[in-house]
Design a protein around this ligand. Structure first.
Ligand code: IPE
Ligand code: IPE
Ligand code: MG
Length: 256
């Protein structure tokens, strides 16, 4: 009671601006359940989820995140009903139409990883235009995983390395972790390829074929909040949880 101010400070952790995760990856989940709860069609959840992407991109960029990787569509999501898939394929067109000017204003560079040539042509065009229009931006990288699957990513890297071995360019004994890193779809991120923080919304606690190699030492943080309800406050709370973790990488605790 006498130490009220001090107690309050201890009870409310503050976001530390000097320990922001450089690479944040998010499995944006729960759009369908958000809509179902409101007796709306699932696509209403995807529409609202797109607004969350805009909000969180801005927040992440303001906080100083260097790479924000968002899982937007998995190689398994083609199993969904045709109408839902075609709505999801139209979203990048809407999203980039609305949002590229803001991205440029905020110096955010768009990248996309996944099998682009299986996407409808309008989606490919929207994605390619956004990449081109933001190519000179030097701030945060907004990296969409679109038609992405980590086993596919790993399989393609293995094939690529196999071709280099078969042609005599590469000795199998010389294959290192760095060889594999460089041949994965995150290779262009260099030393930022591995997420520091992986978030999944909606209460599911699984990876669903996302960045399997890259999350070897990521901090995993889960929330029950559905993606359309995710906001700055929840995001900052999750970063604060990350900041309380002791990342040891197999070593021992270092004094801070
Ligand atoms: C995430 O929300 C968006 C995509 C996977 C494309 P879901 O559509 O998976 O929503 P739930 O999990 O069914 O609630
Ligand atoms: C993972 O969510 C894929 C994306 C967020 C794009 P899903 O909703 O597809 O994953 P599962 O089916 O619940 O594992
Ligand atoms: Mg889901």
């Amino acid at each position: 009671m006498f130490n009220n101010t001090q107690d309050n400070q201890q009870a409310t952790p503050q976001l530390k601006t000097d320990n922001i995760p450089a690479h944040v990856a998010i499995i944006m989940d729960g759009n369908g359940r958000w809509a179902q709860k409101r007796h709306l069609p699932r696509i209403a959840g995807h529409k609202r989820g797109m607004e969350t992407v805009k909000t969180i991109t801005k927040v992440a960029s303001d906080l100083g995140v260097k790479v924000l990787t968002l899982y937007a569509f998995s190689t398994e999501n083609w199993k969904r009903p045709h109408d839902e898939v075609s709505y999801l394929m139209g979203l990048p067109v809407k999203f980039f139409n609305d949002f590229v000017p803001d991205l440029v204003k905020n110096n955010v560079q768009v990248r996309v990883m996944g099998i682009k040539d299986q996407l409808p042509v309008q989606t490919q065009k929207a994605v390619n235009d956004a990449i081109k229009d933001t190519a000179d931006c030097t701030g945060m990288i907004l990296n969409f995983a679109l038609n992405y699957g980590s086993r596919l990513d790993i399989r393609m890297a293995v094939q690529q390395i196999g071709r280099q071995v078969a042609s005599g360019q590469l000795d199998p004994e010389q294959i290192t972790d760095q060889t594999i890193d460089a041949n994965l779809m995150t290779g262009f991120l260099g030393n930022l390829a591995d997420p520091d923080l992986l978030i999944r919304t909606s209460g599911e606690e699984r990876i669903s074929n996302f960045l399997l190699w890259q999350i070897a030492y990521s901090e995993l943080v889960f929330t029950d909040v559905l993606w359309p309800d995710f906001d700055r406050t929840v995001f900052e709370q999750m970063i604060m949880e990350y900041q309380q973790r002791d990342r040891r990488f197999g070593g021992i605790k270092t004094s801070k």
